[in-house]
Design a binder for this molecule. Structure first.
Ligand code: ZN
Length: 165
């Protein structure tokens, strides 16, 4: 993805109050390897239930605040991330509830989905199997996986931006 500045990130958030946006901690933008990310995702060290996702939706950065649900004990052994579609041990995938943008969100409407707990789908999709007859060029898989990830993130964003019914 194209790099984002701190100002672009703060200006991009669609579903939080000005106060929440001002308090939002940012990850180390200088250390970020932008070329290896589809979206920038991070958890809030101050309030661990909180997470953030920012990405380029066309030419416009869009950011969202996410809230992880408390873990339900005794859930299944493995779970799928709805964005990168990677199957993982259940504790590495969290149910996030994301407030909707605008009035719908202020009225308490949220959209829920399972996403990698560390919001690092981009790292996961770059873990490749060794080349095989079936998959002679694993590097191409990253391109396909990245496109799929962005498409699903786009779809999820549409849900967040859609006014309540
Ligand atoms: Zn994921």
């Amino acid at each position: 993805m194209k790099p984002l500045s701190a100002t672009e990130i703060r200006d991009s958030v669609v579903n939080a109050t000005a106060d929440e946006i001002a308090r939002m901690p940012l990850p180390g933008l200088h250390e970020t390897i932008w070329a290896e990310r589809e979206y920038l995702g991070w958890r809030d060290p101050q309030s661990p239930q909180r997470g953030y996702i920012v990405y380029w939706r066309g030419d416009t950065p869009v950011g969202m605040v996410l809230r992880a649900a408390s873990r339900e004990p005794g859930r299944s052994m493995s779970a799928f991330c709805s964005l990168c579609r990677t199957q993982q041990p259940a504790h590495q995938v969290s149910l996030f509830s994301v407030p909707k943008a605008g009035q719908a969100g202020r009225d308490g409407n949220t959209v829920g989905t399972y996403i990698c707990s560390d919001l690092a789908c981009s790292t996961l999709i770059r873990i490749l199997p060794p080349p095989s007859q079936m998959q002679p060029n694993p590097a191409e898989m990253v391109v396909t996986r990245g496109a799929g990830l962005l498409e699903r993130l786009e779809g999820f964003t549409n849900e967040v931006l859609k006014p309540a019914d």
